[in-house]
Design a protein around this ligand. Structure first.
Ligand code: HEM
Length: 441
């Protein structure tokens, strides 16, 4: 078991001794750990406002300077979040809905996979390109070709940053921030990469400004520029170039790696469970058939597929201790007084792997989300996207057809209808890349 897994299981084992709410000193600072469905629900949902603060993360603070959505707080967080959600959900930007963009990308993804000609391949790169490109298409209007040098550079910087961000060194820096300022190390590379991405977004923004038509916004950047124009007399406005850059970079950062890793593990689990793949295939053939592309409307007729997607997310438990939270004011929680600003560590694992809600939680079983008649069964314990005010599911569902990344999972699993007859095995290597053979007829 690697150190990252150990680190996530540690609060689990402590909770057996200290109960569902306890304080853990990590480095110099205390954090309150919340463990189990009841404690997580009471905090994130019942006291959503109080627990919606973003916890202290010095590495990200150096990079984002408290701007954007993911690592901001208070007024900036509220305004950037409200604007971005509204823009992504309600606006069919330009002439095309987000579903169109997802479908186009899914077709390119299938095409790229087809080129592997059923020979062994590591699909990590291709599966990373697809979600990144959907976000590009929303933010910069157009997708990039998978060989475009600008696109490859951005992908590389994000990829490096995910690796550096989750390295033991970066964890150490976050707990002893003085290291960030006085020591050499990979954190400098992380900051350089962020500066590169920010510069690229700024360049794109300038191009957008030159061709902006306020009556016909083409993408997210246009919408932001229009909002800046509307607020130009307001000295306190948060709609600035700095916030635009960090918000865009946040959407990439939050949406790319999460979705591509889910896709990768989804494929791997299908390979490992041929009985599940056969049922998915049967449902695809029955509901969609082989002559048209899948669309969002199909989802409600595909309970098994829905259950598989939920189960993949539950089982892989992608963000075990959530992003760090903090309380926004002094809070009385159960019998404790938690002072304003205290970091809160939320164990999503303890909810996703609750053995009363999901019998045999360590087993991959879509039956966890199906009732006796085979209908999809919702569960309040499905917190892969967290819950409450910062719930990431909000970023997927909106309007009639917006479901940016889950749809991609859908589509690529539905690659099945052209069809992953997986004629050989799959394996996960030490660095979590998946090697597989895909045979598309
Ligand atoms: C399988 C895919 C994904 C998973 C499992 C996932 C999971 C999460 C989790 C656990 C959080 C932390 C929530 C919290 O602090 O309570 C988060 C935050 C966030 N996610 Fe996702 N996410 C995914 C995809 C996406 C996508 C596609 C986008 C948008 C393009 C996105 C945008 C965000 C944003 C903006 C935040 C910060 C929310 C806030 O602070 O209010 N995520 N995500």
């Amino acid at each position: 078991m690697d150190s990252a897994q150990n680190c996530c299981l540690y609060p689990m084992s402590l909770s057996k001794v200290y109960g569902p709410v306890f304080t853990l000193y990590i480095g110099m600072k205390p954090a309150v750990v919340l463990h189990g469905y009841e404690a997580v629900k009471e905090s994130l949902i019942d006291l959503g406002e109080e627990f919606s603060g973003r916890g202290n993360s010095p590495g990200s603070e150096r990079a984002n300077k408290g701007l954007g959505i993911v690592f901001s707080n208070g007024k900036i967080w509220r305004e950037m979040r409200r604007f971005s959600l509204m823009t992504l959900r309600n606006f069919g930007m330009g002439k095309r809905s987000i579903e169109d963009r997802v479908q186009e990308e899914a077709r390119c993804l299938v095409e790229e996979l087809r080129k592997t000609n059923a020979s062994p391949c590591d699909p990590t790169f291709i599966l990373g390109c697809a979600p990144c490109n959907v976000i590009c298409s929303i933010i910069f209007q157009n997708r990039f070709d998978y060989t475009d040098q600008n696109f490859l550079n951005i992908m590389k910087k994000f990829d490096e940053n995910v690796r550096i961000g989750s390295s033991p060194w970066m964890q150490l820096c976050n707990h002893f921030p003085v290291l960030l300022d006085y020591f050499p190390g990979s954190h400098n590379k992380l900051l350089k990469n962020i500066a590169y991405i920010n510069n690229y977004v700024l360049e794109k923004t300038k191009e957008h400004q030159e061709s902006l038509d306020i009556n016909n916004p083409r993408d997210f950047i246009d919408c932001f520029l229009i909002k800046m124009e509307q607020e130009k007399e307001n000295k306190q406005s948060e709609f600035t170039f700095e916030n635009l850059t960090i918000t865009v970079s946040d959407l990439f950062g939050a949406g790319t790696e999460t979705t591509s890793t889910t896709l990768r593990y989804g494929l791997l689990l299908l390979l490992k469970h041929p009985e599940v793949t056969a049922k998915v295939q049967e449902e695809i053939d029955r509901v969609i058939g082989r002559h048209r592309s899948p669309c969002m409307q199909d989802r409600s007729h595909m309970p098994y597929m829905d259950a598989v997607i939920h189960e993949v997310q539950r089982y892989i438990d992608l963000i075990p201790t959530n992003l760090p939270h903090a309380v926004t004011r002094d809070v009385k929680f159960r019998n404790y007084l938690i002072p304003k600003g205290t970091n809160i560590l939320i164990s999503l694992t303890s909810v996703l792997h609750d053995d009363k809600e999901f019998p045999n939680p360590e087993v991959f079983d879509p039956g966890h989300f199906l009732d006796k008649s085979g209908n999809f069964k919702k569960s309040d314990y499905f917190m892969a996207f967290s819950a409450g005010n910062t719930n990431s599911i909000l970023w997927h569902v909106g309007g009639d057809d917006v479901n940016v990344s889950l749809d991609l999972v859908h589509h690529s699993i539905r690659v099945g209808h052209v069809a992953p007859v997986l004629h050989a095995g799959a394996s996960v290597s030490a660095n979590h890349t998946v090697n597989l053979f895909l045979d598309f007829h």
